[in-house]
Ligand binder design. Structure first.
Ligand SMILES: Cc1cc2nc3c(=O)[nH]c(=O)nc-3n(C[C@H](O)[C@H](O)[C@H](O)COP(=O)(O)OP(=O)(O)OC[C@H]3O[C@@H](n4cnc5c(N)ncnc54)[C@H](O)[C@@H]3O)c2cc1C
Length: 392
C-alpha cells in the first residue's frame, strides 16, 4: 500500500518538500494551499520579495531539478559582503574565497515559478488550492484531516509548512514561543547609479528618520538592488508616509550614498517581524518545517535557507528509515527534529543577540559591536562559522 503524505502550505519550503517526497518510494503526496497557485508573470520589474539563498540551498534545489529552471538572467551571485556598524567610518568587508559565491539572490516569483513548474512534471502529487485545514485528529496514526471545504482525508504523515501563523501547528495543539520585534521589514527595489559589484551591503546604523535600523542592499541584475530595511514600527510609519522620491533619498542617505542616486523601481512594502519557535516540531504522524517550526529576524537572510535544510533532512530521515517503520513513526521524526533544532536555534539566537547588542546604548556594547563587526574578517574561526552557515 502507498504511504500518504499531506503537505499543508505551498510556500517555497512546502513545495520543495512535496517535490522531494514525491520521489520517495511508494508514496503519494497531497499538497494543500490556502491561496491559488499559478505561475506568476515575470516582467521587467523584479519582485520585491527576494531570498539570499545559500550554496547549500542551491544544491538541494538542484537535486530537485528546480534550480535549473531559474532563468539565469534573474539570479545574482553575491561575491562579498560589506558591513558597517554605527561607527560609519569603519567598514568591515567580509571577503570570501575567490570565485565562490556566498549567496544567490533569487526573486520569490521566479523561485515559485520554478517550483510550480517542477510540480507539474509529477503525477503522484495532488494539489488542492483555495483550501485550508480546519481540523486534525488526535495523536493516533494514521492521522485524519478535515479541510475547510468539508473534505476529510487520512495521512500517514502530515507536514505543516504553512508559515509562521501555522494552522497545522495550532490544530495539532503545539504551542510556540513568540517574540514580537515591534518592527517592520520594509522591502523595495531601486535602480542604482553606481554598479553594485555583486556585493551585499548592510548598515547597522540609523538617524532621526529611521531610528536605529538595519538596512541591507542586495544586488539584483540590470543595475538594480533590493532592500530590506528593518525599522521600529513608529519609524516605519514615517518612512512609508514619504512619497517614492523622498523614500528613495532616505534609503540612499541611510546607505551612505554607496551606490549613488537611487531611483524607485517598485512599490514599497512592509512585513511585520517576529521570532518564533514551536515547542515541538514533531508528533506521531506530524512534522513542522520552515517558518511553521521557526521564524527568525531577517537580518541574516537565512529563513528560507533554514526551511530548505529542514526539508532536506526530513526527506533524508524518511528515505533512510528502517523497512519496518511506518512513514509517520515518531522515532524517525524525532531524528529529524534533533538534527535540525540546534541549527535553527543557533541562527535565531545569533540574530536576536546581535540585534539586542546593536540596540543597547551601553558604551561597552557599542565598542563590542563596532570592533566585533570590524574584526570579523581577521578572525578565521568566526569567518569560518559565518561561512559554514552560509554554505548550509
Ligand atoms: C523582510 C524579510 C526578508 C527576508 N529575506 C530572506 C532572505 O534573504 N533569505 C532567506 O532565506 N529568507 C528570508 N526571509 C525569510 C523567508 O521569507 C521565510 O523564512 C520563508 O518565506 C519561509 O517559507 P515557508 O514556505 O516556510 O513559509 P511561507 O513562505 O510563509 O509559506 C507558507 C505557505 O502556506 C500557506 N498557508 C498558510 N496558512 C495555510 C493554511 N491554513 N492552509 C493552507 N495553506 C496555508 C500560505 O499561503 C503560503 O503559501 C525574509 C523574511 C522577511 C520578513
Amino acid at each position: 500500500m502507498k504511504s500518504k503524505i499531506v503537505v499543508v502550505g505551498a510556500g517555497p519550503v512546502g513545495l520543495a518538500f512535496a517535490l522531494g517526497a514525491a520521489a520517495l518510494r511508494n508514496t503519494e503526496v497531497t499538497l494543500i494551499e490556502r491561496q491559488t497557485l499559478s505561475l506568476a508573470r515575470t516582467s521587467e520589474h523584479f519582485d520585491t520579495r527576494v531570498y539570499a539563498l545559500s550554496p547549500g540551498s542551491k544544491i538541494f534545489l538542484s537535486h530537485l531539478n528546480v534550480w535549473q529552471k531559474l532563468p539565469a538572467a534573474r539570479v545574482t551571485d553575491v561575491d562579498a559582503m560589506q558591513v558597517w556598524g554605527d561607527d560609519l567610518a569603519n567598514e568591515s568587508q567580509i571577503k570570501f574565497e575567490e570565485n565562490v559565491a556566498v549567496a544567490h539572490i533569487v526573486e520569490h516569483a521566479a523561485l515559485m515559478n520554478a517550483l510550480i513548474d517542477s510540480l507539474q512534471t509529477r503525477d503522484n502529487i495532488r494539489v488542492v488550492t483555495n483550501t485550508s485545514v480546519s481540523a486534525i485528529s488526535d495523536l493516533q496514526t494514521p492521522r485524519q484531516l478535515t479541510l475547510s471545504n468539508g473534505i476529510e482525508m487520512t495521512a500517514d504523515l502530515i507536514v505543516g509548512a504553512d508559515g509562521a501563523r501555522s494552522a497545522t501547528r495550532d490544530l495539532a495543539g503545539i504551542t510556540a514561543k513568540k517574540f514580537d520585534y515591534e518592527s517592520d521589514g520594509i522591502v523595495a527595489n531601486f535602480h542604482i547609479e553606481k554598479p553594485h559589484g555583486n556585493v551585499a551591503r548592510q548598515w547597522f546604523s540609523g538617524d532621526s528618520v529611521s531610528g536605529k535600523s538595519i538596512l541591507a542592499y542586495l544586488p539584483l541584475p540590470n543595475q538594480q538592488i533590493s532592500i530590506v530595511w528593518s525599522v521600529a514600527k513608529i519609524h516605519a510609519n514615517g518612512l512609508l508616509a514619504l512619497n517614492a522620491e523622498a523614500f528613495a533619498s532616505a534609503t540612499a542617505e541611510a546607505g551612505q550614498h554607496a551606490l549613488g542616486k537611487l531611483t524607485p523601481a517598485s512599490k514599497v512594502a512592509r512585513i511585520s517581524l517576529q521570532k518564533l519557535t514551536a515547542r515541538d516540531w514533531v508528533q506521531p504522524g506530524l512534522a513542522l518545517i520552515g517558518d511553521a517550526a521557526h521564524a527568525i529576524h531577517p537580518m541574516a537572510g537565512q529563513g528560507a535557507n533554514l526551511g530548505f535544510a529542514d526539508s532536506r533532512v526530513l526527506l533524508g530521515a524518511l528515505q533512510n528509515r528502517s523497512a519496518l517503520s511506518v512513514m509517520g513513526d515518531r522515532r524517525v521524526l524525532r531524528g529529524y527534529e534533533r538534527a535540525r533544532r540546534e541549527d535553527a536555534a543557533s541562527m535565531g539566537a545569533a540574530t536576536h543577540g546581535l540585534r539586542a547588542l546593536y540596540l543597547s546604548d551601553a558604551a561597552i556594547a557599542k565598542r563590542v559591536r563596532n570592533q566585533g563587526l570590524n574584526v570579523l574578517n581577521r578572525m578565521p574561526l568566526v569567518k569560518a562559522l559565518v561561512m559554514n552557515h552560509a554554505m548550509k
